[in-house]
Design a binder for this molecule. Structure first.
Ligand SMILES: O=c1ccn([C@@H]2O[C@H](COP(=O)(O)O)[C@@H](O)[C@H]2O)c(=O)[nH]1
Length: 275
């Protein structure tokens, strides 16, 4: 998906919500366990119930990889069930030496090889340019680089200072030599509302994938106040707060209701920038 297509979807749906499919087989409603693939059935119903309210789905691959072959099958089926006009994210946090990164890129981008073709994959910047560039060889596919994460441990390295800048600022600056804002986004945690001003100094026009509202307590208002751009420039993710809104048979309707609350708040923010 191109940047323009993504912006058009945001305008059309009045939403920049990403629903996170962090589907844990131990947390899904009991009645689904009789299905051949309970995780896929859960995802399918969540997608059907929320697809008009969000512009993106993020599949955190850890929740699938931990189940071995069965998990990988649920992942492939879910990836192929996602509507084509919705931006898809493989949240896999990959990155390795070049030839290995090329394999990771095929795994998430090459339908012919792996049976999956996500629009984007999250990548760790730590190993530098040659670890990221194999993902950039695919047309209309995106790298979402970890910049400033939402967790407590982000302080361990991401705020370390060299002569001029903090480590996350160096990630933002250096990586812009590798790709434009048509192919690169950044992960910035919603739990760091105040840091968005600083982020926008270095990446004024990039899209940011923002996890951390909902279960982690980040504020959508703060994220928008400091992070929204004239093109919106935000994809805000919520996983647990939406998909586990109910553990009963009404789980999909409950997920829809939660997604709708967030979408309505987003519509108000989008109105402010004339969308
Ligand atoms: O900095 C980061 C990077 C990634 N994540 C991921 O986003 C979701 C958040 O889930 P919630 O249930 O809405 O808290 C999850 O997949 C994380 O691994 C993040 O939270 N922070």
């Amino acid at each position: 998906m191109t940047r323009q297509e993504l912006i058009a979807q945001i305008k059309k749906k009045k939403s920049f919500l990403t629903v996170g499919l962090d589907t844990d087989i131990k947390k899904i409603p009991q009645h689904l366990l009789t299905f051949d693939d309970p995780v896929f059935e859960f995802n399918k119903q969540i997608i059907d119930a929320t697809k008009d309210l969000c512009v993106s789905y993020k599949i955190n691959t850890a929740f699938y990889e931990c189940r071995g072959l069965a998990g990988w099958q649920s992942l492939v089926k879910t990836a192929n069930y996602l509507p084509k006009d919705i931006f898809s994210i493989a949240d896999a946090k990959r990155g390795d030496i070049g030839n290995t990164s090329a394999m990771y890129a095929d795994a998430f981008f090459s339908q012919a090889d792996s049976g999956m073709s996500f629009d984007s994959v999250t990548v760790a910047p730590y190993m530098g340019k040659d670890s990221v560039s194999p993902f950039l060889k695919f047309q209309n596919k995106w790298v979402i680089l970890l910049a400033l994460t939402s967790n407590e441990g982000a302080k361990d390295f991401q705020f370390l200072k060299n002569e001029e800048s903090l480590l996350f600022e160096s990630v933002l600056q250096k990586s812009q030599e590798w790709a434009s804002n048509e192919q690169m986004m950044y992960v910035v945690g919603a739990t760091r509302g105040d840091a968005f001003l600083q982020i926008r100094k270095h990446a004024p026009n990039h899209f940011l994938l923002v996890p951390g509202v909902g279960a982690q307590g980040g504020s959508l208002g703060d994220v928008c106040q400091y992070g929204i751009t004239k093109d919106c420039g935000l994809l805000v993710n919520s996983s647990r707060a939406i998909i586990y809104a109910s553990s009963g048979e009404d789980f999909a309707q409950a997920a829809r209701a939660e997604a709708q609350k967030v979408q309505q708040q987003m519509a108000k923010e989008l109105e402010k920038i004339g969308f």
